[in-house]
Ligand binder design. Structure first.
Ligand SMILES: *Cc1c(COP(=O)(O)O)cnc(C)c1O
Length: 427
């Protein structure tokens, strides 16, 4: 395919219909695929031939949508997962085993924090969390001889901290490990982490990529830039033969562009099976087609709402990286000059109790444990998504107990401001 721009790739990348074929990516609703001989299928099992045999590992619908996401991020390979949680788990577990260690920004999604600090810790993988704005010395001190990756979020959910890619990429690469970035909130429309030194990108496609709150899903994209073969002792899974696949060495057989995703599919998808349903991949693809249009509108509306809130006497603080007053504004301009996302966080006079009252007073914005879809919704993380965290952990993640997370949709902004005005008047 020619080198099209992102907006064109949102419609056309990943799938080129042949003569007389469907214009939309077909839903291949089949668990299994038929072969003429046992040998033909055997070659697939040995990763000697390309093809499909069982949808738990790969499905053509998913692969086409994944290829589109790879094109949008500027990566060499991608895979879909059943959720964003699965994507982040796979991305790390693909290169970390029991006894390994990861340096992660503390400003990350609550679910990811729990996955790392509780569940993956039980698997023997240790995480050191550092403040997103920590000094070079603090960052340096977080590394250990067994560190295998650095992890961050482009725009932290819900703190909206902007990840300083260059600082973290530099530290990661100085230690011979890849930088993995969750790019869910910015989407490749607003930020392409590979251009700033990230090596692997993950997504919860549940958010803006789907964009209509229809499907839970995730994606992992490889830049193909990280040279695992320079550190064979650190990454034996990629650089030495995999006995569970007849001795294939992923970096040798699939090159730097394909090794990470092939290993992740062949081992982790095979063994954990967190595949995305082809139906969901189809719906995700419909969302991807309009991603640039929606992101622009989300950002425009969020900016309007953030400015309105900033000037409201009952609002004590507003966090939106697009605001000039925001501490993350300079980083946002550097990494996301066209806009950040549609999520705005704020607090109101009267703290926690007033926050619940405000939410109850909103009519157009629905209370939902969700963000980043077309319809405006609102959430109080301290009593829902982040309730497992202590106050100290909340503060480290940039989530104050009174934080209200408003996910601004693509409605007419005048109606959104009216809704807020009415609810604020009731406080
Ligand atoms: C929602 C979210 C996740 C988890 O994704 P699911 O699809 O809900 O599993 C991970 N990272 C970020 C930044 C998110 O917003």
């Amino acid at each position: 395919m020619p080198d099209y721009k992102l907006g064109t790739n949102c419609l056309h990348a990943g799938y080129t219909p042949g003569n007389g074929e469907p214009r939309n990516i077909p839903i291949v609703q089949s668990t299994t695929f038929r072969y003429e001989t046992g040998e033909a299928m055997g070659a697939l099992f040995d990763l000697e031939a390309e093809g499909y045999f069982y949808t738990r590992l790969q499905n053509p619908t998913n692969d086409r949508v994944a290829a589109k996401i790879a094109a949008l991020e500027g990566g060499t390979a991608a895979m879909l997962t059943s959720s964003g949680q699965a994507a982040n788990f796979y991305a790390i577990f693909n290169i970390c085993s029991c006894g390994d260690h990861v340096v992660a920004s503390s400003a990350i999604y609550g679910g990811t924090f729990n996955l790392f600090s509780v569940t993956m810790k039980r698997m023997g993988i240790d995480f050191t969390f550092v403040a997103p704005d920590c000094s070079a010395e603090e960052l340096e001190a977080a590394f250990r001889p067994n560190t295998k990756a650095v992890f961050g979020e482009t725009l932290a959910n819900p703190a909206l901290t902007v990840f300083d890619f260059e600082t973290f990429a530099k530290a990661a690469h100085a230690h011979g490990v890849p930088l993995i970035v969750d790019n869910t909130f910015a989407t490749p429309v607003n930020c392409r982490p590979f251009e700033w030194g990230a090596d692997i990108v993950t997504h919860s496609t549940t958010k803006y990529m789907d964009g209509h709150a229809l499907t839970v899903g995730g994606a992992i994209v490889d830049s193909g830039k990280f040279d695992w073969t320079k550190y064979p002792d650190k990454f034996p899974g990629l650089c030495t033969p995999d006995e569970s696949y007849h001795g294939v060495t992923y970096t040798e057989r699939f090159g730097l562009g394909g090794a990470f995703i092939t290993k992740c599919t062949a081992q982790l998808m095979r063994d954990f099976g967190s595949i995305q349903a082809p139906q969901n991949a189809f719906l995700l693809n419909v969302g991807l087609e309009t991603l640039p249009l929606r992101m622009a509108k989300h950002c425009e509306n969020a900016m309007t709402v953030a400015k309105y809130l900033e000037n409201h006497p009952k609002v004590t603080w507003v966090s939106y990286p697009g605001l000039e007053s925001d501490p993350n504004h300079a980083l946002a301009l550097k990494y996301m000059p066209n806009g950040t996302c549609g999520v705005v966080s704020f607090g109101v006079e009267g703290g926690r109790t007033a926050a619940s009252k405000l939410m109850a007073g909103l009519k157009l914005a629905s209370i939902a444990t969700h963000v980043a879809d077309a319809k405006t919704c609102v959430l109080h993380p301290a009593s829902t998504t982040h309730r497992q965290m202590s106050n100290e952990q909340l503060m480290a993640a940039g989530v104050s107990p009174d934080l209200i997370r408003l996910s601004v949709g693509i409605e007419d902004p005048a109606d959104l401001l009216d809704d807020l005005e009415n609810a604020l008047a009731q406080l």
